[in-house]
Design a protein around this ligand. Structure first.
Ligand SMILES: Cc1cc2nc3c(=O)[nH]c(=O)nc-3n(C[C@H](O)[C@H](O)[C@H](O)COP(=O)(O)OP(=O)(O)OC[C@H]3O[C@@H](n4cnc5c(N)ncnc54)[C@H](O)[C@@H]3O)c2cc1C
Length: 502
């Protein structure tokens, strides 16, 4: 052992979480709350910048209520998001949906937040510490420790460059898309052919706002080269990003400032909203940032002693703001598995197979939903149409998707070959596009048709179920397993249990 290496053998952690983003701090809080010894190792010093600012209600009212962070979030003064406004599809007019249309999200919980991630992530990490998790910042995990087939701890380097070994019963990689720890689970990371995109984003002061009551909505506007997000982070600050095809990388990387300006010029709606705005050029929000190739899934999510959650496991295009939902949801699923195994209620393989199956299923639902969403944009010159051609001409992505969902839920994913899946995507996008058209044609702007479309219902279902479960507590009724022979959540949602099928 080198003189700089310290072994923290006396610190017998039940769980080491790699990364203190939303996935990691959700998991850490939910396991520490049960008296287990949890260590979070976070490479950066919080607050730190992160993209992913538009949330979904299930995160705010479901999972963050379970972790105890909801009141801190409510006090932080984030912009309230009632839904989304889209200039998308055949209609030249923007259309809007609001979360309140779903009966499960009606009333006081029919909103989410638009968040400055440095503040949001710090609230979640501080909350995990307040529940008993130990948090070490500027602690960069460089590898895992193995004993035969099992992962038994991690190696990390602290701010002084000193290397430490920490043994643990479980290690969960929640380190996002950038770190390399996920490779130690085995398998491979598969990148999407369909969502081969690149995002270019910056921040503006004094951009316009949508008319009330939708002023806090995310505005998503499609244009020929791609689509824009326009997220009101405060009364004056707006996050603006263009998602374009990856082939535009040279144009974007040469001069990002000029590239963003010219893309804004191509999109009349965003140009109009930014006509009196100035770009922020200093501080955290002063840079124009670029992200590319960000849709992927890993072929396996766990091995004995190690699991992947959040972006470390998979990520799909940001158009429906699903990233933080998937990160916190997978944090909840992993917490149930760790809590159940530590309590001796379920064996590791059964608990983590349930975790993986449910996380893949939720990811698959969003993946399919987003393909339908892109597909309804029927302008043949558009980027979306090109993306669609990729899918129709080469089935590789669909096949990967079939692999992803295959065997996971025969009830929900009856189509197990690429042809029938292509057909299903087509049917669903037509159904979805019709629902939007009906909504636009309705004088009172009723959103009921949108929520009647099966793909939207499905995408909202699991999030709404978590939210309802939390709001109704133990009265939510007995769940049936999602998969044959599978587990169900305990009444408080913190454990798995074998269903009573009598
Ligand atoms: C262009 C774009 C737009 C997006 N927009 C949205 C949106 O509007 N809404 C939404 O919900 N999502 C959005 N997302 C997705 C969102 O950014 C992510 O899904 C989300 O942040 C994932 O959370 P996480 O906890 O898995 O990882 P992260 O938030 O990435 O957190 C991981 C943490 O791990 C730390 N870490 C990394 N390596 C190590 C290491 N070796 N050791 C210790 N710590 C480490 C990092 O410092 C970081 O703090 C967007 C993504 C992109 C690319």
């Amino acid at each position: 052992m080198s003189p700089e290496m310290s072994v923290e053998g006396q610190e017998d952690y039940d769980l080491v979480v790699v990364g203190g983003g939303p996935g990691g701090s959700t998991l850490a809080a939910l396991v520490a709350m049960h008296g287990h010894r949890v260590l979070v190792l976070e490479k950066e010093s919080f607050p730190r910048y992160q993209i992913g600012e538009s949330l979904l209600p299930a995160t705010v009212h479901g999972i963050c209520r379970m972790t105890g962070a909801a009141d801190r979030l409510a006090a932080a003064g984030f912009t309230r998001k009632r839904g989304g406004t889209f200039r998308w599809g055949v209609s030249p007019e923007p259309w809007a949906f609001s979360f309140s249309v779903s009966p499960k999200m009606a009333g006081a919980s029919s909103f989410a937040y638009q968040v400055q991630r440095e503040k949001f992530d710090k609230i979640l990490l501080d909350n995990a510490a307040s529940k008993g998790a130990e948090v070490r910042e500027q602690a960069s995990v460089t590898d895992v420790i193995e004993d035969n087939d099992r992962v038994t701890g991690v190696v990390y380097t602290d701010a002084d460059g000193i290397e430490h070994q920490v043994p643990a019963k479980f290690v969960v990689d929640a380190s996002g898309h950038r770190s390399r720890i996920y490779k130690r689970v085995g398998g491979t990371r598969e990148y999407s052919d369909f969502f081969r995109s690149l995002a270019l984003f910056g921040y503006f002061e004094n951009g316009k706002r949508l008319p009330s009551p939708n002023s806090g909505n995310i505005l998503s506007a499609a244009f020929e080269s791609g689509w824009f997000w326009y997220i009101p982070l405060s009364d004056t600050l707006t996050s603006v990003g263009a998602v374009v095809r990856r082939e535009m990388a040279t144009r974007v990387q040469g001069d990002p400032e000029e590239a963003l300006k010219s893309l804004i010029g191509e999109c009349p709606l965003i140009s109009e909203y930014l006509s009196e705005a100035t770009r922020v050029t200093e501080g955290t929000y002063g840079q124009i940032r670029v992200r590319k190739d960000y849709s992927y899934h890993h072929t396996t999510f766990w091995r004995p002693g190690l699991a992947l959650i959040g972006d470390a496991a998979c990520f799909v295009d940001p158009v429906f703001s699903s990233g933080v939902h998937l990160a916190t949801y997978s944090g909840l699923l992993a917490a149930r598995s760790v809590n159940s195994v530590l309590a001796g209620q379920v064996d590791e393989a059964t608990a983590f197979d349930e975790f993986e199956a449910r996380y893949r299923r939720e990811y698959g639902v969003f993946y399919e939903f987003l393909m339908s969403f892109y597909d309804m944009h029927v302008d043949e010159n558009s980027y979306f149409w090109s993306a669609k051609k990729v899918t129709n001409n080469q089935h590789s992505e669909l096949e990967a998707f079939v692999d992803l969902v295959g065997g996971v839920s025969s009830a929900d994913f009856g189509a197990h070959d690429a042809e029938s899946l292509t057909q299903r995507f087509k049917t669903r996008s037509v159904e979805f596009a019709n629902a939007v058209d009906k909504m636009a044609a309705d004088d009172e702007g009723s959103m009921v048709p949108l929520f009647k479309s099966s793909i939207v219902r499905q995408a909202m279902k699991e999030g709404a179920a978590i939210q309802t479960g939390v709001l109704l507590g133990a009265d939510r009724g007995t769940e049936v397993p999602m998969f044959p022979g599978g587990l169900v959540p305990s009444e408080d949602g913190m454990f798995w249990r074998v269903p009573d099928l009598a």
